[in-house]
Ligand binder design. Structure first.
Ligand SMILES: N[C@@H](CCC[C@H](N)C(=O)O)C(=O)O
Length: 287
C-alpha cells in the first residue's frame, strides 16, 4: 500500500504470529532485488482492545513507534474489513483513532498530542526552548542549515526552516543530521518552506528509510512546529513530493488530526522460507 507514494509492505499476523528478522526486512525492502518499500507494517492482535496492533519496521530493519501514512492505510484496511467508519489502532506510540475523511479514499487519523520536552524527543542535551535549538551544519560563520524546531509526534523530528526546499542536497545532509550526536535515537529530518498562513512545502529524509515521497508524522511535526513558532495558523495544507496532507492541530485538546489519501498497489503471497513474493491481485487505488 502507499500513502502519497510513501510505500509499505503490509503483513497480516493477526491469526498466526509472524516476525521477520532485520536482515529479511532489509532484503525485502531493497528496491533493486526485493519488493521495495519504505516501511514494513505487521498487523497483530491488540492486547489493548484496539481493532489491531500495528508493528512498524523501517527499511533498514529497525522497529519504530509511529508512521502516519501507514496508519491511514491500516485504518482504511480495517474499516473495509469491518464495514465501519472508524477503528482504533494500537501502536508503540499509543492508541490512535482512524476514521473516514471528508472525501472518498481519504482517511483521518487522530495522531495524539505532540511532545516538546528535550528529553522526550529525545535530545542529547537539555534545551529549555525546543522551538529553535542550537544545532547547525556547515561552516561556523556560514551554516548550511541551523536552529531546527524539534518535536516528538510518536517519533523524533527536526524541522529546518528554509526559503526553498529544493535548494539543498538532502541526500547528502539528511544522513549527517539523522545520525547527529544531538539525536541519541537518530531523527527524521525535514526541510520546510512556509508558503502562507495555511500552507507549507516539505521534503523529508526519514530515519531508517532515506528520502521518501511523503512522511505523515513529518507533516504533523512541521505543522505543529509552524504553528508553535507563529509561522502559520493551526490548520495547514502540507505539500510533499507525493502530494498533499491536511493537518489540524486542534486547539481544544492539542490533538493532531492528519487527513490524506490511501492506495493499494498490489496483493500477494510471501514465501517465508525464500522471501519470494508472488503478486495475486493488483487493485486500483483504494475505494
Ligand atoms: N513514513 C512514516 C514515518 C516512518 C517512521 C520513521 N522513518 C521513523 O524512523 O521514525 C510516516 O508517514 O510518518
Amino acid at each position: 500500500m502507499n500513502g502519497l507514494g510513501n510505500d509499505f509492505l503490509v503483513l497480516d499476523a493477526r491469526r498466526e504470529p509472524l516476525r521477520l528478522s532485520p536482515e529479511a526486512i532489509m532484503k525485502l525492502a531493497d528496491r533493486a532485488t526485493g519488493i521495495g518499500f519504505d516501511q514494513m507494517v505487521t498487523m497483530e492482535p491488540s492486547e489493548a482492545g484496539a481493532t489491531a496492533f500495528m508493528r512498524i519496521d523501517n527499511a533498514d530493519g529497525t522497529e519504530v513507534s509511529a508512521c502516519g501514512n501507514a496508519t491511514r492505510c491500516i485504518g482504511w484496511l480495517l474499516m473495509q474489513e469491518e464495514g465501519s467508519k472508524a477503528v482504533t489502532i494500537q501502536t508503540r506510540a499509543g492508541l490512535l483513532r482512524a476514521f473516514d475523511g471528508d472525501a472518498p479514499e481519504w482517511i483521518t487519523v487522530d495522531m495524539g498530542t505532540p511532545r516538546f520536552g528535550w528529553a522526550e524527543i529525545p535530545l542529547a542535551e537539555p534545551f529549555a526552548d525546543t522551538r529553535a535549538i542550537e544545532l547547525q551544519i556547515g561552516p561556523i560563520d556560514a551554516p548550511i542549515l541551523h536552529s531546527p524546531s524539534v518535536v516528538n509526534v510518536g517519533n523524533p523530528h527536526a524541522i529546518f526552516w528554509v526559503d526553498d526546499v529544493q535548494a539543498y542536497d538532502l541526500e547528502k545532509i539528511g544522513p549527517m543530521l539523522e545520525h547527529h550526536p544531538m539525536f541519541p535515537e537518530r531523527a527524521n529530518i525535514s526541510l520546510v518552506q512556509v508558503t502562507g498562513e495555511g500552507s507549507l512545502i516539505q521534503r523529508v529524509w526519514e530515519r531508517g528509510a532515506g528520502i521518501t515521497r511523503a512522511c505523515g508524522t513529518g507533516a504533523c511535526a512541521a505543522a505543529v512546529s509552524a504553528a508553535r513558532t507563529k509561522r502559520t495558523g493551526r490548520t495547514v495544507r502540507v505539500t510533499l513530493p507525493g502530494g498533499d496532507l491536511v493537518i489540524e492541530w486542534r486547539a481544544s485538546d492539542d490533538h493532531i488530526l492528519m487527513t490524506g489519501p490511501v492506495a493499494t498497489d498490489f496483493v500477494g503471497e510471501l514465501d517465508l522460507d525464500t522471501l519470494a513474493f508472488r503478486v495475486v491481485d493488483t487493485p486500483q487505488a483504494a475505494e
